[in-house]
Design a protein around this ligand. Structure first.
Ligand code: ADP
Ligand code: ASP
Ligand code: MG
Length: 401
């Protein structure tokens, strides 16, 4: 029988009724003659709730213990969903990441899947069961429970599909991938198809509908990923290898990332050694630097600005302390009311003038931007967070997204 992996996100399994509805939906597919692996996330906002409980205990909880804690959310939903199948007369088994053979390595809370020993999943499929696997978790070499980073159930699902060589269906709370987050711009257009590269770029620049690494795995193993709504039958979006027929406009999508901290270091004596020192120290503390800008030297001094994830603030503070001790006269300020807006499109590789168009729109609507960076298929701008909604609306409208 053909195999299929179906993943249901947190909102889609957010209540007992929704879990029962998911079970019905999966069974409809089972009746069509498929062997099914279902991957589920934790119910509703469970993961957020568990993280805030940990933070109430201590400001900087051990990452190993955090993994132990936040992996429990998925264990609840797999057991309940499996019971729902059994209640409807279907044989089913729930498996934790470990039981499903998901091996990982790396830093706790940010583990990467290294391999999946698929034998147990295959065995249960062969014996006619619907296999329900906990998303977001695995096991490392030491035998410790690990998690894959927020939104990591998508990664579990696509990795299982890659191992089982089958299609992956991601069911969520919107009808598919849109040109813009439909919650920010209700007029956004649903895309029928999108190429892996564009989807990866959109995901990494803030389109939370898919986890970036999940798309990367899909791309690497050429696994078609179908994104659609859980509770409903509307046609979704197929993420697949790019082909010429998909080429249209220069810009496919607009994304927003809020998790941004902008750091400015003023009055740095201008030597390349000093600039190197700043970024060297950030790198040594594992701070992931995103956009960098620097003023022209004035009276032998420059100001440097860069953005990083707000999650790295703790580390940045530590580096700031060291820098102040070493670079006399510098002044360091942080601004967390920053949003990063990005326009993404594979068409940009062949068409010029996209940046100019966006600059003009910003200028026409009086929106100031702070920094700009480009990749082959995207251009990103940092703006003040208070202008975010206005910027999204005018860009989406003017660029017909
Ligand atoms: P799940 O719990 O099912 O994994 P997520 O919350 O992770 O769901 O992802 C779905 C959400 O992604 C939507 O509710 C939507 O607000 C958001 N989103 C952001 N960008 C986009 C986009 N370009 N297209 C569709 N949804 C998007
Ligand atoms: N429950 C995890 C999270 O909230 C994983 C997921 O939902 O994909 O990030
Ligand atoms: Mg998600």
């Amino acid at each position: 029988m053909p195999v299929i992996v179906q993943k249901f996100g947190g909102t889609s399994v957010g209540s007992i009724d929704k879990i029962k509805a998911v079970a019905q939906k999966v069974i409809e597919r089972k009746k069509m003659g498929y062997d099914i692996v279902v991957v589920v996330s934790a119910m509703g906002k469970t993961t957020d709730m568990l993280i805030s409980m940990a933070r109430e205990i201590t400001a900087n909880p051990s990452k190993r213990e955090l993994d132990m804690l936040i992996s429990t959310g998925e264990q609840v939903s797999i057991a309940l969903l499996s019971m729902a199948f059994q209640g409807l007369g279907y044989d089913s088994i729930s498996l934790t990441g470990f039981q499903a053979g998901i091996k990982t390595e790396g830093l706790h809370t940010k583990n990467l899947i290294t391999d999946i020993d698929i034998r147990n999943v295959r065995k249960h499929l062969k014996e006619g069961r619907i296999v329900v696997v906990a998303g977001f978790q695995g096991i490392n070499e030491k035998g410790d429970i690990t998690t894959l980073g927020r939104g990591g159930s998508d990664t579990t699902a696509v990795a299982l599909s890659a191992k089982l060589k089958c299609t992956c269906e991601i069911y969520t709370d919107v009808e598919g991938v849109y040109s813009v987050d439909p919650r920010m711009y209700p007029g956004a257009k649903k895309l029928d198809t999108i190429g892996y590269e564009e989807m990866m770029e959109m995901a990494s620049l803030g389109a939370g509908v898919m986890e970036t690494r999940a798309v990367e795995i899909g791309c690497k193993y050429n696994i078609p990923i179908y994104v659609a709504i859980s509770h409903g039958n509307a046609k979704g979006t197929l993420i697949k290898e790019y082909d010429e027929t998909m080429e249209g406009k220069a810009i496919t999508g607009l994304t927003v990332s809020d998790n941004v901290l902008m750091v400015t270091i003023n009055n740095v004596e201008y030597t390349s050694k000093n600039i190197a020192l700043v970024f060297d120290k950030m790198a040594k503390h594992n701070v992931n630097i995103d956009m960098i800008s620097q003023t022209a030297p004035y009276a032998g001094h420059v100001n440097i600005s860069f953005t990083a994830s707000i999650d790295d603030e703790y580390m940045i503070d530590a580096v700031a302390k060291e820098l102040k001790a070493e670079l006399v006269g510098i002044e360091i300020c942080k601004d967390s009311s920053i949003s990063k807006l990005s326009v993404v499109g594979i068409g940009m590789m062949k068409q010029s003038g996209v940046a100019a168009k966006v600059f003009n729109i910003f200028s026409d609507y009086g929106i100031d931007f702070k920094q700009v960076t480009t990749s082959e298929i995207s251009i990103s701008y940092t703006i003040s967070a208070e202008n975010k909604q206005k910027a999204v609306t005018v860009l989406a409208k003017e660029l017909e997204l």
